[in-house]
Structures are given as C-alpha cells and as structure tokens.
Design a binder for this molecule. Structure first.
Ligand code: NDP
Ligand code: 8X3
Length: 254
C-alpha cells in the first residue's frame, strides 16, 4: 500500500465526479486533503466519510480574491501543499458557435481557464520554495480534437494542455512536476451540467456505452503522482474503449 501520509493534496471541484473520486483515492492512502467547491453540503458529507484530516473550502474558483484568501492563508497543518489537482471545470451547451449563449462561453473561460490559472499561481510559489510539488490539471480530449458544439469548451481545454506544458518549461529546476490528464467521455454530472439539468439529454450521452468512470480518472491521477519523483508524466489521454475519432466531414453542394 502506497503511503501518502506526507502528502497534502488540494482538489478543486471535489463535490462530485472526478474530484470526489480523487479525494477518496488519496484518503485511502492517508493523505491530508484540502477540498474546494461551491456546494459545501456535498463537501461536508464527503469529509465525514473520508477518515483523514480534511480542510474544506467553500470556493468559486472564478473569484480571484476568494482563491487568494483561501489558498494564500491555509491553516498551519495544511499549509505545505504537495499536490494540486486542478479539476474544477465545466462545459455548458453544445450549440454551434453562432447560436450559443455568450454568457456560457464566459462562464467556461472564467472557470476552466481563469480559475485554474488563479489557483495555480496562488499555490505554486510555496511548492517552488519547498522544492517539492505536483500539479495535475484535468484537461480533456476536447482540447485535442474538435467536435461540433465543443467550440469554447475545447478551446479552454486546449489552453489547459498548453499551459501545463508551459509550466514544465518554467519549472525546470524547481522539482515541481506537472501532468495534464485528458479524459474522454466519463459518466459524471458533467453532462447534466452541460445540458443545464436536463437529465434525459444527459443520460442519452452515456446510453449503451461503457463510459469511463470517475474512479478510472482518480486512478490515473493517483498513478501519475505515485511514480518516483524523478518521473514526470507530461500528458495522459484516456478514452473509453467504446469511443474513438470520427472522420472529417465534407459539405457537398452538388
Ligand atoms: P462534475 O460536474 O461531476 O464535477 C465538476 C466539479 O467542478 C464539481 O465539483 C463542481 O463543484 C466544480 N466546479 C464547477 N464550477 C466551479 C467553480 N466555479 N468553482 C469551484 N468549483 C467548480 O464533472 P466532472 O467530474 O466530469 O468534471 C471534472 C473535470 O473534468 C472538469 O474540469 C471537466 O471539464 C473535466 N472533464 C470531464 C469529462 C467527462 O466526460 N466527465 C471528460 C474530460 C474532462 P460545485 O458545483 O460544487 O462548485
Ligand atoms: C469531456 C469529454 O468529449 O464530452 O471533456 O468533450 S467530451
């Protein structure tokens, strides 16, 4: 059994899906946890089930002041963060670019891009100072391959991939690892959020498919951080066996 009792792990978006499963995975190995999300009731319930020291943060990652307050002044027992999992994120809508709600685009950029870089910038100096750390970003296959309606969501995840690689460049010599995990279709609350609470639409996404589970992604995240400190996994793209790529589409007018 890998011992994580010397790790302090921050998980953003720990109130459901990947984040919750990641918290449970590290808890099993004795890590201290800092769990952030907007839905505190979910975090409180999770904390009660984990059995490891857990510090909860009610946080909207889009709010820079709140991020800096929460992570800039952590309780002494939780101050030496060793692993940051930047997981909080969302897709909203699947309409073509000319029909989308501009507010949805803004929310995705504010959360998936601005929120992620703000949390990173707040916690990174401590890792560099202590000469120890690992940032795991949750990207997506949507950042690697376009699909209809993926527009800004895919754009934000392409940013996350490039930002992760750029961090590697900046952090050479700092003993801080950076990994971008790029999942395909996974059965979480992701689609319920994308379709704004329409459960029938969300369920259709996973119908007849053995999608990835949150535990699959938690396992991938955990594996990447459990490798020896001299090993940096840059990127992992992971998809369900029942999901693959479509060919190019051609519009034929005659
Ligand atoms: P869920 O909807 O189950 O979880 C999303 C989490 O993000 C929730 O805990 C939510 O917490 C949190 N979150 C959303 N907005 C904010 C915010 N403004 N501030 C703080 N927390 C926020 O979906 P997943 O677990 O699937 O998604 C997790 C990550 O994985 C996302 O970045 C998503 O883009 C990515 N991903 C998902 C895939 C999938 O198919 N499921 C595939 C590839 C990537 P709360 O609402 O309580 O704040
Ligand atoms: C979520 C996976 O394919 O729905 O990032 O964009 S996908």
């Amino acid at each position: 059994m890998i011992d994580c009792s010397s790790e302090t792990v921050v998980v953003t978006g720990a109130s459901s899906g990947f984040g919750e499963a990641i918290a449970r995975r590290y808890a099993k190995h004795g890590a201290k946890l800092i769990l952030a999300a907007r839905r505190m009731d979910r975090l409180e319930k999770l904390k009660g089930e984990l059995g490891v020291p857990s510090h909860l943060v009610e946080l909207d990652v889009r709010n820079r002041d709140a991020v800096e307050k929460a992570f800039g002044r952590l309780p002494a027992d939780f101050a030496n963060v060793t692993i940051l999992v930047n997981n909080a994120g969302l897709a909203l809508g699947l309409e073509p670019a000319h029909k989308v709600n501009l507010d949805d685009w803004q929310t995705m950029i504010d959360t998936n891009v601005t929120g992620l870089v703000t949390v990173t910038r707040t916690l990174l100096p401590g890792m560099v100072e202590r000469d120890k750390g690992h940032i795991v970003n949750i990207g997506s296959v949507a950042g690697n391959y376009p699909y209809p309606g993926g527009n800004v969501y895919g754009g934000t995840k392409a940013f996350v991939k490039q930002f992760s690689l750029a961090l590697r460049s900046d952090l050479l010599g700092a003993n801080v690892r950076v990994t971008n995990i790029e999942p395909g279709m996974a059965d979480t609350e992701f689609s319920l959020t994308r379709f704004k609470g329409n459960k029938a639409e969300a369920d259709k996404v996973y119908q007849g498919v053995e999608a990835l589970t949150a535990d699959d992604i938690a396992e991938t995240v955990f594996w990447s951080t459990a490798l020896p400190a001299h090993v940096n996994i840059n990127r992992i793209e992971v998809m369900p066996t029942q999901q693959a790529f479509a060919g190019f589409k051609v519009e034929r007018r005659s």
